[in-house]
Design a protein around this ligand. Structure first.
Ligand SMILES: Nc1ncnc2c1ncn2[C@@H]1O[C@H](COP(=O)(O)OP(=O)(O)OP(=O)(O)O)[C@@H](O)[C@H]1O
Ligand SMILES: Cc1ncc(CO)c(N)n1
Ligand SMILES: [Mg+2]
Length: 587
């Protein structure tokens, strides 16, 4: 059938232009388009909810997030102390700045403190097309403070909800939107979801469409498609724009887009419920989404997080129900991870979106990035030796530390990766409980996976600069160097120390030319990094190495002299005592 395909509303032609424009930009920069959520919300100074939660959620989900700030709140774990609404025209200005320049996939709204701000948002959505609108109808914080007053209700109901692809009220908000209806059970929540759907999402957009006899435009469709409605004769058909090519889907409006709106009534605050139950209703089916209720006080911002995660998943191309399920799981995981963290003195703390702050991985962490005096007695393990003497790696490490080792490196050339990772994790527990850093030889992947303190790499491993990029600024990187040039490269690459040797010949490294005491002296004198001497060092020659008193030499690294012995504890103690006695620059 004929559908003309040429009659475009202003917004669609704008969008078309933008597709063309952005493909030009992509061509020019050789870049790729990335999923993008625009969060239109309030700032929470405590950073658990609002804009800050949205930024962290999108970062955690791998989606870019731009922000339009509607209000600045003075807020903490106790409550909301003050609210400063951003002037409406300034909200409009921020919307224009972002939407006129960036290709936003999904808009997520949170705190909209006044009717004027809602109108500014609605106005921009008619000017700039996006694929979806997620509305979190924020009204009252869990602490009971009002973030958007009752005067907003009719605008929410009549103008914002109808534009939404999904609306995510909590129990109190659903009740307020439905004129104070009581919500006390899951059955009440279902009822509310149905009523809100009837009120709601997308319906008036469609009314507007039907009222407009020439052309109808809807702003979104998933999976990177933009849907467009067009009135042709008496039929309304849905057309889909993919890139700049127009397809007619053959669906008529009634069967398709009228089902588009979705409601999620969140039950985080449902009294007396053992599970955290949310009700999802898409106009056709109800889904009861359940997860176990995490016992924690750290739930501030769950609502904002859930909505921005839904937005992030939609931006990546997920269908709605999948996005909602992923988002619920994301909140549950973050709450479980953060249930014991302590931030603030109030009754409802924030949680950790990036799953990085937990105290047990930090309690014995080095405070400073790297302390060169840790190189004093450097124990390097060897699984062959431990096997020979019938002890586990964990026991060997524990004995070395008890004997005075100040840093440990796991040097395991012949173990399976899976076993190595498990061993590393157990050794980390031992090392952390003594505040001793644990490094991994060569295996950056194992260091990352186990969250060890760093790596020691050789000249044939990855360059220090690549290791630094992979490991980030906080991890320790040591590099084996024999020459001044290599030491210089290690410094440029962002290493923390160098291992210099072999000073004496050794069995632990085949075909490794020794550089002798002279070579060690030469490299140490030129090095900009602290140095640990390595290679054939034992109780009989450690004193000689140390008494050289060369600059930057901070300690000795030992393999066989500690681990190719029957009693690691005794040997380490012996070497430690010897090093302590020596009049050297090392300490
Ligand atoms: N203790 C909990 N354990 C597991 N999930 C929870 C818990 N509390 C809330 N949730 C989930 O978090 C999401 C947000 O729900 P909630 O009803 O708390 O929203 P909200 O009140 O708008 O949040 P807030 O105002 O704190 O930002 C829902 O999916 C809910 O089921
Ligand atoms: C700014 C802001 N937005 C949303 C909420 C709801 O949690 C909050 N407490 N603060
Ligand atoms: Mg809540």
């Amino acid at each position: 059938m004929a559908y003309g395909g040429v009659i475009l509303s202003n917004s669609l032609s704008f969008y078309q232009k933008r597709i063309v424009m952005s493909s030009r930009v992509l061509e020019k920069n050789g870049g790729a388009s990335i999923p993008h959520v625009l969060s239109v919300a309030g700032s929470d100074s405590g950073a658990g909810a609002g804009i800050q939660a949205d930024l962290k959620t999108c970062a955690a989900r791998g989606v870019y997030c731009s922000t339009v700030i509607t209000a600045v709140t003075a807020q903490n774990t106790v409550g909301v102390q003050a609210v400063h609404a951003v002037p409406e025209d300034f909200v409009a200005q921020q919307l224009k700045s972002v939407l006129s320049d960036m290709q936003v996939d999904v808009v997520k709204s949170g705190m909209l403190p006044s009717v004027g701000v809602v109108k500014a948002l609605l106005q921009s959505l008619t000017e700039f097309s996006v694929r979806a609108l997620v509305v979190d109808p924020v009204m009252v914080s869990t602490s009971g403070d009002v973030l958007a007053g009752p005067s907003i209700l009719s605008t929410f109901r009549e103008e914002l909800l109808p534009m939404a692809d999904i609306v995510t009220p909590n129990i109190k908000e659903a009740s307020a939107l439905l004129g104070g209806m009581r919500l006390e059970t899951v059955a009440d929540m279902r009822n509310a979801a149905e009523l809100l759907h009837a009120l709601g999402p997308r319906s008036s957009a469609i009314d507007k469409v039907l009222g407009d006899k020439t052309v109808a435009v809807t702003t979104c469709k998933y999976n990177y498609l933009i849907a467009r409605l067009q009135k042709v004769s008496c039929d309304i058909h849905v057309q889909v724009l993919y890139g700049c090519v127009v397809y007619d889907t053959g669906f008529s409006l009634g069967e398709n887009l009228s089902q588009k709106g979705n409601v999620l009534v969140k039950g985080g605050d449902l009294p007396g419920s053992l599970d955290a139950v949310d009700i999802f209703f898409n106009g056709e089916h109800f889904y009861e989404l359940r997860s176990s209720r995490i016992k924690t006080h750290n739930t501030h911002g769950t609502g904002c997080t859930l909505a921005s995660c839904i937005a992030a998943e939609l931006a990546k191309g997920s269908p709605m129900l999948t996005a909602v399920r992923v988002a619920k799981r994301f909140v549950e995981t973050a709450l479980e991870y953060s249930k014991d963290i302590l931030i603030g003195n109030g009754i409802q703390g924030p949680f950790d979106h990036l799953l990085r702050l937990k105290s047990d991985s930090h309690s014995f962490r080095r405070k400073d990035a790297f302390n060169p005096s840790d190189l004093f007695l450097y124990a390097v393990t060897d699984s062959g030796m431990n096997k020979k003497w019938g002890r586990s790696m964990e026991d060997a490490v524990a004995e070395a530390i008890q004997g005075g080792a100040t840093i440990v490196q796991l040097r395991e050339k012949d173990v399976e990766t899976r076993d190595f990772l498990e061993t590393t994790k157990s050794c980390l527990v031992v090392c952390r409980s003594h505040g001793v850093p644990l490094l991994i030889n060569d295996r950056i992947d194992v260091a990352l996976a186990s969250d060890a303190d760093g790596v020691h790499i050789g000249q044939s491993d990855m360059p220090a600069t690549v290791a630094r990029t992979l490991l980030g600024p906080e991890k320790i990187i040591g590099v084996s160097c024999k020459t001044i040039e290599q030491a210089q490269q290690a410094w440029i690459g962002g290493a923390d120390y160098i291992g210099c040797g072999g000073v004496y010949s050794t069995n632990t490294k085949a075909n490794n030319p020794t550089i002798g005491l002279d070579g060690l002296k030469t490299v140490c004198s030129a090095s900009k990094l602290p140095v640990v001497a390595i290679g054939g060092i034992n109780a009989s020659n450690a004193g000689i190495v140390m008494q050289m008193r060369v600059p930057n030499l901070k300690g000795v690294a030992v393999v066989s002299a500690l681990f190719d012995r029957e009693n690691v504890l005794v040997e380490t103690k012996k070497l430690h005592a010897l090093l302590m006695e020596a009049p050297s620059k090392m300490q």
